[in-house]
Ligand binder design. Sequence first.
Ligand code: GLV
Ligand code: MG
Length: 310
Amino acid sequence: MRSRRSVLAVPGSNPRFLEKAQTLPVDEVFLDLEDSVAPLAKEEARANIVRALREGDWSGKTRVVRVNDLTTQWTYRDVIEIVEGAGEQLDCLMLPKVQDPTEVIWLDTLLTQIEKTMGYEVGRIGIEAQIENARGLVNVDAIAGSSKRLETLVFGPADFMASINMRTLVVGEQPPGYAEGDAYHYILMRLLMAARSHDLQVIDGPYLQIKDVEGFRRVATRAAALGFDGKWVLHPAQVDACNEVFSPSQEDYDHAELILEAYEYYTTVEKRGAVMLGDEMIDEASRKMALVVAAKGRAAGLRRTKRFTP
Ligand code: GLV
Ligand code: MG
């Protein structure tokens, strides 16, 4: 699985941002044709993105393009122009405002046709589905299971809040008057369940107060604690906080690797299934939890600083 701790949004209509994005230490970039691009700039943005993918240096980053949603007139040309123009420099397409599985199936079929026409490897380009309204969330299980190309579900809080008439204008923050809990908890958990039940990743959306890095960190930490794999970043100031929040701490990473190593030793050499590691009892379920943390740590480039001795 690809690491997607930080997912940078880049408007396709802005060549300067398309250049700058290549220099930032994010795991994924998505070059946008949708809501950050004005209707009259869509065609030029397609050309900018094809050029940036072909000529830019995106090494170390997952390269994604967000096309327009299927209620618009733009989607089919977005897909054809981007994939014919730069399909070999592209890892995934992001489809916004997905409301039911037929939309993902449409994109899967169109991608297959373009891949065959162009002589690309069929099925290599993945899909990211944004869930941004009530209908999308109600259908999220079927959406999550709709295509082998799907790699991740992505929460779109701005559109989502508008879709359910949530009474706020500050994306990512709690609606004023709702003091008792987290107004996003149900939505985030619903996405998480659908994603995990289909072995997908799940990514939190943007935090629009880009000057408030502490606010970003607070909201990102909440999503990371639930199990989200990453979050969008809109500004260079958010990048380091995002990578840090979605990587395990050195201590947790060491602990996880220690559990894996100890458990391997006890179950194979001593043939025991529930054993003590220091003051902690570990068993098969502990191994599974440790696998998650260890995988995130390895993907984040962490190195072990502790070894197990029986
Ligand atoms: C992102 O697309 C959002 O609507 O928040
Ligand atoms: Mg949106």
